[in-house]
Design a protein around this ligand. Sequence first.
Ligand code: AMP
Ligand code: GLY
Length: 419
Amino acid sequence: MRVLVVGGGGRCHAIVDALSRSGKVDKIFCAPGNAGIAHQAETVPLKDTDVEGLLGFAETNSIDLTVVGPEAALNAGIVDRFREKGLRIFGPTAAATKIESSKEFAKELMIKYGIPTAAYRSFDDYEAARDYVFSRPVPAVLKYDGLAAGKGVVVAATYEEADEALRGMLLDDRFGKGRVVVEDYLEGPEFSFMCFVSGGDVWPMPLAQDHKRAYDGNEGPNTGGMGAYSPVPFVTEEEREYAFEAIMKKTAAAMVLEGVPFTGVLYGGLMKTKDGIKVIEFNARFGDPETEVILPRLRSDAYDIFAGVAEGRSIEEPEWDDRAALGVVMASEGYPGSYGKGFVITGIPQEDNVTVYHMGTSEKEGRLVTSGGRVLMVVGRGETLAQARDRAYGAVSRIECDNLFYRTDIGACALERKE
Ligand code: AMP
Ligand code: GLY
């Protein structure tokens, strides 16, 4: 089989890596890919949102299956276009992607079907939004209703901060004309629950936890994610089962009833609050960097899963390795703000139980260089999270580059609780 993976970050490297372990896959292409992916797939210089270009490539190169990583491509309608042409593609339609791209659509769906989440109201008028926020306690949670590259959510600690954010979202149209969802502030540890979904059929993946803040101790600005680990010891089996039934399966069923059946990976960003598990957000795709600690644990054939889900078939329950995985992101100094590129990277280890996924790298004059904010995700595997962590950090310490930083406490919250 010939497979095209759309995207170029660490998540796509992990998808390519999983597909390369499949006995059914002869050839993998990745568009646009990166320097690490280029060792396992043929990279294709097409942007992930160039839907017509990707369609043409898939037709000309007899691609049997396309797997989509990033939300931008899904939002651009890549799945709809491929299906119109009779091509097999793994991912949700643009209409189903609304569960991620429209906070209001997601909230309305959850309230209508009794899926546990924070109470909310939505506004397109600045004055009305401000009056509502000012009548309620802080922190205030403000969510711009649209794709905003992870920057559309503000948890404002003071009224001044909330007002500034509302002005940006509703008066200055920072992300374009839109609405704002104002929701109740919830507290508790967050975790990610990804499931393969094909209409009403849902197959769970192991749980993972992301680390969104830039610096140790959950300090500093929000990022795309600075590290992750799986499994998540602070979520009990009963809680996981509840989240599977009352959140993930119920949401898939709700999407079917609403006439927008979901196909692909449904990502639940969940919080363990004192009143039970609640949804913070849904994504319509694999999480990054969670995928880099989940897919290495997949023991079943990735091609069978992606192809079966893409076709709307029932698949065999995927099997997972019990061993833990923990990954540390090495990012460019300055990230998530502005940063330099082109710094040479050496010393990437080739060790058992360690995999280095490339997030933002390229090759220049035969040398590996940095080319993104997040550059590498170094994943260790082990019998325990502690062992996985020690292996990941051991490998991190052997990688040399003048312009990278990383968090030293990935997994600490889980390890302090359990081990
Ligand atoms: P989201 O993009 O919706 O996941 O929001 C980004 C981050 O904002 C989440 O990971 C949470 O840490 C925080 N957040 C979002 N919604 C809430 C909420 N209702 N209460 C507390 N924190 C929240
Ligand atoms: N790790 C968060 C996300 O993929 O959106």
